[in-house]
Design a binder for this molecule. Structure first.
Ligand code: PRP
Ligand code: URA
Length: 212
């Protein structure tokens, strides 16, 4: 994993291999969904690496063992609708006890500005670490607004997990939320004139839900 201050690029071979097939325009919705879920699962493994542990004693069939469990910090995943939904199954397979909130945002196709249409967060979010999920960080507008909305509920800590990020989005996001760690599988080249990431993978929401 390459680090640059608060930006973590997860270059694990399994993630990079799956990302290649995710980008391929010939990959259909069924395989695309599966790949998004698998990449999210692998990213979650890295993004939770800093969770604190505490020692406990466990009675095995043979003896008492000193072992470790995650110490108290509870997790909530918050996908940004729609495309973030594709990452939920994968992260829940790693942390089944996590709660799931939702933030509904879409990009206005003309201005590219995010428009909020839904928000529902776990009632005990103040006790939780939140990992926001969205496969794409393009201009950064949706991710920035989602984190701003979540911060109003005062979670213990917020991380942002995407699959592909544009340099423009990383710059805007880290300037707006310097306290939030950003995890991605690739930093791509640039945004085109329509705000799409180049080379990217096209419209993630449309490819997940087959609405192209
Ligand atoms: C996509 C994507 C992000 C956003 C990224 O969502 O899933 O939420 O665009 O772009 P930004 O960084 O410039 O804000 P979209 O608006 O297409 O909605 P959808 O998930 O419902 O398809
Ligand atoms: N949203 C997407 O789904 N893809 C992009 O390339 C940019 C924003």
């Amino acid at each position: 994993m390459e680090n640059c201050e608060n930006v973590f690029v997860m270059d694990h071979p399994l993630i990079q291999h799956k990302l290649t097939y995710l980008r391929d325009k010939e990959t259909g919705s069924k395989d695309f969904r599966q790949l998004v879920s698998e990449i999210a699962m692998l990213e979650c493994y890295e993004a939770t690496r800093d969770l604190p542990l505490k020692e406990v004693e466990t009675q095995t069939p043979v003896a008492v063992a000193k072992t470790k469990v995650i110490a108290g910090r509870k997790l909530a995943f918050v996908p940004i609708l729609r495309a973030g939904l594709g990452m939920v199954d994968g992260v829940l397979s790693m942390v089944p006890a996590a709660k799931v909130g939702h933030i509904g945002l879409y990009r206005d196709p003309k201005t590219l500005a995010p428009v909020e249409y839904y928000s529902k967060l776990p009632s005990d979010i103040e006790e939780r670490e939140v990992i926001v999920l969205d496969p794409m960080l393009a201009t950064g507008g949706s991710g920035i607004d989602a984190v701003t909305i979540i911060k109003r509920s005062h979670p213990k800590c917020i991380k942002f997990m995407c699959i592909i990020a544009a340099p423009e989005g990383i710059k805007a996001f880290t300037a707006a939320h310097p306290d939030v760690k950003l995890y991605c599988a690739s930093v791509d080249d640039h945004l085109n004139e329509h705000g799409y990431i180049v080379p990217g993978l096209g419209d993630a929401g449309d490819r997940i839900f087959g609405t192209l």
